[in-house]
Design a binder for this molecule. Structure first.
Ligand SMILES: [Zn+2]
Length: 152
């Protein structure tokens, strides 16, 4: 499956790679920061911020494959920023498998594009629309599971 231009398809979530859901970038230049760095070497006065990067295995009627969701698309499914999600997981430790379970089986309409970077091996989700009428973002389901009132 190697579309030349973005294609839109309907798929079902098979699983999420819950071991690595976000990464850290410089707040100014958005370079990726390695785990060992909390500040960018190039930008004095910068801080860091977290962005989502989620690998998701999806099934269409003909195929099963892995796609990658960057921050904007992932927020649609998670219902919060990567920063807020990280804080939630810090104060309410839970198995990352819960996140995968919450999203498993959801039907999504996704627009996929080839990676900009020739080295990247996964199709990239440019936009995503959950199709189930009762769809709830991950953070809402987690808040309910852990008895936290959502203040959003
Ligand atoms: Zn920087």
């Amino acid at each position: 499956m190697e579309p030349e231009k973005p294609t839109t398809t309907i798929c079902t979530v098979v699983s999420i790679d819950h071991t690595d859901l976000h990464y850290t970038v410089c707040s100014l230049c958005e370079r990726t920061l390695p785990d060992s760095l909390t500040r960018c070497n190039h930008c004095p006065g910068s801080t860091s911020k977290r962005l989502f990067r989620v690998l998701m295995s999806v099934a269409t009627d003909t195929n099963v494959f892995v796609v990658v969701l960057f921050d904007r698309a992932a927020r649609v499914l998670f219902g919060c920023s990567a920063h807020d999600f990280f804080n939630f997981t810090n104060t309410h430790p839970f198995s990352g498998e819960t996140v995968s379970r919450i999203l498993e089986g959801e039907m999504l309409r996704v627009t996929l594009s080839n990676p900009r970077n020739g080295n990247a091996q996964h199709l990239r989700v440019v936009s995503v629309i959950p199709l189930r009428s009762g769809f709830r973002p991950v953070i809402d389901s987690l808040s309910e599971l852990y008895g936290v009132r959502s203040d959003r």
